[in-house]
Design a protein around this ligand. Structure first.
Ligand SMILES: *Cc1c(COP(=O)(O)O)cnc(C)c1O
Length: 431
């Protein structure tokens, strides 16, 4: 047919600068991913209905989509959104607010509101996310938990990635009040924890001390599986709305889903003792928060497909990928070990040129505050800094790894990876 000749995929990818050779390799890889992608679609379908049921059960109405101003008393949209979150994450209650500025803030809020001077927090599965160093006081910082007399203990995973049960048992003492478990590997080299493994760890901890609060950093993990930490006994599940559960539409926010007691504590710290959840105007954010949560299962599926496709393409080019192309996934992060600074820069340039916003910008390595080495970042997002949107970054130090995540739609994720791979090939030809 006339149209299919001129308007076929090969032609439009060629216009994007992708070589026929690279397209052919991608076609072979995608052929082999049919079953895995079908599995991801099935998870998305399950989670879509889970979210739909939460909306139905909470009786979300058109009025919920409008916001409030001032104190925000009787903000029905805000309260019902929190109710819907509590159903999705299978918890008694939830705090979901635009006033929670990011993931780190949500985690800090959960910790600071539920710990008291003299308490100890324990990380039983290794060091938490970098930005918590200053929250906990691992790196001395103003306002840290350490300044309030809250101590910190840590038990690392064993070299094979398993839990150090003996170490955890001896680390738990009469002052242990809370354990923090991070689902995603983040930028560490340990494996990501499945919700099932988190459940085992929670059971083990509760078997020793039933009253210890088990808190899960759920960042990048939401909707990757059909169960969430609340389904396996977590007392608090915490995350950012500019990652998975915001579906790319939430402009800001964080959530804490958990027991009534834990959420109440967090609400008194977020606003004020006595006020708690009763105040906090939702302004104009509600429609995006609802719509984003509704879109989140399929958006997460797109990011997951993009990560797996990236791992396959990279391995095909002789580049090490973590997780590797065959591993089961429990978060949306993909690491590519690029070995040379030029290749890290080339990869990020390819991702940047595939961005819907700022595609013409060339990312350069820079000295980011809080990091020892220069960092390069590629992001051209609708929501500034959103990492559920197609993005990549990495520190300029050996082994020159790029961390890739996101993709609001699978076709966009695919195009971005193809452009990054083409940039890598072009760079290699020059080197
Ligand atoms: C992103 C992330 C955080 C922090 O979230 P920010 O929104 O960047 O503050 C914490 N933990 C993990 C595992 C993350 O991926």
């Amino acid at each position: 047919m006339h149209t299919s000749e001129k308007h076929d995929l090969k032609t439009i990818y060629r216009e994007l600068g992708i070589s026929d050779d690279l397209m052919n390799r991608a076609d072979v890889i995608l052929e082999s991913l049919t079953d895995r992608f079908a599995g991801i679609d099935e998870t998305a379908e399950y989670n879509q209905i889970k979210v739909l049921n939460a909306f139905r059960r909470a009786r979300i109405s058109e009025g919920c989509l409008y916001g409030s101003t001032g104190y925000g008393y009787n903000d029905q949209g805000r309260d019902k959104l929190e109710e819907a979150y509590s159903y999705v994450f299978n918890t008694e209650d939830a705090l979901v607010r635009p006033q929670i500025t990011c993931g780190t803030h949500a985690l800090a809020l959960a910790l600071m509101s539920n710990l008291r001077p003299g308490d100890e927090m324990l990380c039983p599965a290794g060091k938490p996310y970098d930005t918590l160093d200053e929250v906990i006081g691992i790196r001395p910082s103003k306002g840290s938990l350490a300044e309030y007399g809250i101590t910190y203990a840590q038990v690392d995973l064993k070299p094979d990635g398993s839990f150090d049960h003996d170490g955890i048992r001896s680390a738990i003492n009469e002052r242990t009040r809370l354990v923090e478990i991070q689902r995603s590997r983040g930028y560490a080299t340990r494996p990501t924890l499945s919700v099932e493994r988190i459940g085992e760890l929670i059971s083990f901890v509760k078997g020793i001390r039933p009253d210890v609060i088990c808190m899960v950093d759920n960042c990048y993990g939401e909707f990757v599986q059909t169960i969430e930490p609340g389904d396996v006994g977590a007392d608090m599940t915490v995350g950012s709305l500019i990652k998975n559960p915001g579906g790319g539409l939430a402009p800001i926010g964080g959530y804490i889903a958990g027991t009534r007691e834990c959420v109440e504590q967090a609400s008194y710290r977020l606003t004020s003792p006595g006020l708690g959840k009763e105040v906090g105007a939702s302004l104009n954010a509600m429609r995006s928060l609802y719509q984003g949560l509704f879109m989140a299962p399929t958006v997460t599926a797109s990011a997951l497909k993009s990560a797996i496709f990236a791992a396959c393409m990279l391995e095909d080019m002789g580049i090490r990928a973590y997780p590797d192309s065959r591993e089961e996934r429990f978060d949306i992060i993909q690491q590519a070990v690029l070995e040379k600074p030029e290749r890290l820069v080339a990869f990020c340039k390819g991702i940047q040129s595939a961005a819907p916003v700022d595609s013409y910008v060339t990312p350069e390595p820079w000295d980011m505050p809080g990091y020892d080495d220069e960092v390069i970042m590629a992001a051209g997002a609708f929501i500034s800094g959103s990492s559920i949107e197609l993005s990549a970054d990495g520190p300029l130090r050996p082994p020159y790894s790029a961390y890739f995540q996101g993709g609001l739609t699978w076709p966009h994720g695919k195009a971005g990876i193809l452009m990054a791979c083409q940039c890598l090939l072009d760079e290699d030809a020059r080197l």
